[in-house]
Design a protein around this ligand. Structure first.
Ligand SMILES: NC(=O)c1ccc[n+]([C@@H]2O[C@H](COP(=O)([O-])OP(=O)(O)OC[C@H]3O[C@@H](n4cnc5c(N)ncnc54)[C@H](OP(=O)(O)O)[C@@H]3O)[C@@H](O)[C@H]2O)c1
Length: 322
């Protein structure tokens, strides 16, 4: 196999946020690639812990440029995986990577659609959109970026919550998060079957980072789109029925517009369930750009990332979380 010049050169990788909900998965995937020399960068004040033999560099809160330039120096690639509390430092970390002579940066994107509609409705889509715009302005010879675009992490949000231990609680959680409905004649309802898209396991995201580093030229200076599967709320319900053997579920029928209005109201009072409603709303509504497969955008093949299926994933989630 002929490796591209840049891919062959991206051996030394620094990961910022390697203990996070996604970052810990990315770290596992990077460690699994014996060709990579991985360093995790964490804050002195962090309570993060890492697997034995992980190379760790500690830095000050706020990622001061002088410290980051020296932490990134000699690294070929930087992978950013900052949570909401940390992503205000994204631009300065990008700048530090350029100053340090890093060749390629994987942005802390990992979000959903960039459509105008999604950006207008969902604040996180707007943040990610701005992040990508900023990356475009920074493009410079010898330095490139990739933003992995993936939609909701199915296995993170799939019920039950980590604390649930009874099937009844799963029903409650489903009711709150997905407001499932089994059939839907009206396309403006939230749970409509044909266009409702929820997908992407964190496992896919972690693999995609390692795959991007193996193909930096093909993924340079653009979003890459990955997906485990496209599914609908109705198919998810069917998968839960099959995996649990419970046929009778408590299903709420809700309207998309009403859910969106209530999500916005909740956000005004700082209730983060509102954010969840808006996240789901942009995923399931046709015309919001969430179906990357239908739009012909998927990069799974390019990256060699196999697709999964909703039934197997629901069965796994239930096994792992219960
Ligand atoms: N598509 C989806 O469904 C979805 C869902 C969740 C997240 N995401 C995306 O995945 C990426 C990572 O999110 P995450 O939820 O995995 O992140 P997270 O667990 O909340 O945090 C990741 C890391 O951010 C670092 N950090 C920097 N400054 C911080 C601060 N002031 N307070 C707390 N942590 C700080 C920490 O690293 P140290 O402690 O090591 O310093 C932390 O481990 C983000 O881009 C996010 O938007 C996408």
């Amino acid at each position: 196999m002929v490796l591209s010049t840049m891919a062959a050169a991206l051996r030394k990788v620094a990961l910022v946020g390697g203990f996070g909900k996604l970052g810990s998965h990315i770290l596992t995937a990077l460690h699994a690639d014996a060709t990579l020399d991985v360093t995790v960068i964490t804050r002195h004040t962090s309570s993060a812990t890492f697997p034995p033999n992980t190379k760790v560099v500690k830095v000050s809160d706020g990622y001061p440029t002088s410290e980051m330039v020296s932490a990134f120096r000699d690294q070929h690639a930087v992978v950013l995986c900052l949570g909401f509390a940390g992503d205000k430092y994204h631009d300065s970390l990008v700048e530090s990577s350029i100053k340090a002579g890093v060749k390629h940066l994987v942005a802390s994107a990992y979000g959903g659609s960039e459509s105008k509609e999604a950006i207008e409705l969902f604040p996180i889509a707007a943040r990610k959109g701005r992040m990508v715009e900023e990356l475009r302005t920074r493009e410079t010879p010898g330095w490139s970026w990739t933003a992995i675009t993936c939609g909701l992490f199915f296995d993170l949000y799939a019920p039950p919550s980590a604390l649930s231990s009874f099937i009844n609680e799963i029903q409650l959680y489903l009711q709150r998060l997905f407001r499932l409905r089994p059939s839907c004649p009206q396309s403006h309802d939230l749970g409509f079957g044909q266009c409702g898209i929820l997908r992407h396991e964190r496992g896919y995201n972690r693999r995609s980072v390692a795959k991007v580093l193996a193909k930096p030229e093909a993924t340079a200076n653009r979003r890459v789109y990955i997906s485990s599967f496209e599914t609908s709320l109705n198919k998810i319900l069917e998968a839960y029925k099959k995996a649990t053997g419970v046929a009778d579920w408590d299903v709420n029928h809700v309207k998309w517009d009403v859910e969106v209005a209530s999500g916005k109201e909740m956000m005004k009072t700082g209730n983060m369930w509102g954010m969840g409603k808006l996240a789901l709303a942009v995923e399931v509504k046709e015309g919001f750009g969430a179906d990357f497969e239908k739009a012909g955008l998927l990069d799974n093949e390019l990256l060699g990332i196999k697709r999964g299926d909703v039934e197997a994933t629901v069965a796994r989630v239930l096994k792992e979380k219960l």
